[in-house]
Design a protein around this ligand. Sequence first.
Ligand SMILES: Cc1cc2nc3c(=O)[nH]c(=O)nc-3n(C[C@H](O)[C@H](O)[C@H](O)COP(=O)(O)OP(=O)(O)OC[C@H]3O[C@@H](n4cnc5c(N)ncnc54)[C@H](O)[C@@H]3O)c2cc1C
Length: 351
Amino acid sequence: MNSSLVVDVAIAGGGIIGLSLALELRQRGLSVAVMERGHAMSSASWAAGGMLAVNDPQNPLKLLPLCIRSWALYPSYLARIEALSGRPVPLRTQRALQEQKPEGGLGGTATAAEIAELAPGLDPGGHSFAWLDEGSIDPNDLREALPAAVRAAGGTLLEETEVLSVETTGRGIVVETLRERISAGMLVNCCGAWAGGRRLGGVPVEPVKGQMANLRCAPELLRCVVRTAGVYLVPRGDGRVTIGATLEHAGFDETVESSLIRPVIDAALRLLPEASLPSPLDAWAGLRPGTPDDLPILGAAKLENCWHATGHYRDGILLAPVTARVMAQAMLGETPDVSLDAFSPARFGSD
Ligand SMILES: Cc1cc2nc3c(=O)[nH]c(=O)nc-3n(C[C@H](O)[C@H](O)[C@H](O)COP(=O)(O)OP(=O)(O)OC[C@H]3O[C@@H](n4cnc5c(N)ncnc54)[C@H](O)[C@@H]3O)c2cc1C
């Protein structure tokens, strides 16, 4: 017989989005339970590069206000997680070299002398780069820290607890899992690439696979992110340089295929010739929650008392603090810091 739990808000999905929202709601005094099918922070939120790429030219323009607000929230977000968990989550880099078109457009072109200071190991080849003031974190740092912070804040985190069904009642919702029945005032769908499942309301989220790898390199040779159209390099400051990523529509497959990651590795080695590839290959894959317009889905679902916070595609690490904040504001009837009009689930007509 299932045991029973009663909370203000039930959150489906224990990735960075669900857990960050749980923290924000706890800060506002609400009781929360996060239900995670597997282990928290083990899906896209662990696989990610960790770039906080506010001004990535590949981002849709409509995303910019959310990106800017989230980057502004990052210092207090990390400080809170560190204070609650007792684990450090540092910014591993504070600047990025972004490839720009020969005609410029991103700001001043980085000079050879500037590049030599933060990236003496970089061989720019034919690329022209501009500096961006953006940070990066190592998602591995959050893997333990974020779940610990949620628990320390008084949130309930139920792992190996898959949401099987959701029913609305007059006053809230009832969530069935194999282990527990959870009654809550509201439910939030934070299931990442799996958020489109019918039982969670049918939003158009599709998995977009990304394969990643670690190179080894003396830390002083690269101390900033480097991003070109074909590859990015994210130094961790300890000899690892995380590189990525492929963009594949391959369903829910999460296997590494060396024939597909190899061109990414070759492009990275051309930019950082003194780096080496560990043997065996240190590579992995994750599933980005993609949407038809590359924008997240944030707002009320059709189903009463249910909400969506998903579809963060390539930027969920960056967007976690602002998502937590604007979702909490919307759910509590406040005006969100950033208008959610462009991110409404209703824009697809499906939910
Ligand atoms: C290769 C790669 C590189 C990336 N690089 C970056 C980057 O540099 N910067 C950046 O900002 N973003 C990056 N991203 C994007 C970022 O990782 C995602 O946008 C973000 O992690 C999404 O977080 P999430 O919590 O929505 O999803 P996830 O972390 O995938 O979490 C969703 C969770 O829901 C659980 N779940 C699913 N169904 C159920 C159910 N029925 N019941 C209970 N639980 C369920 C899953 O088990 C999973 O743990 C990258 C992603 C990938 C794959």
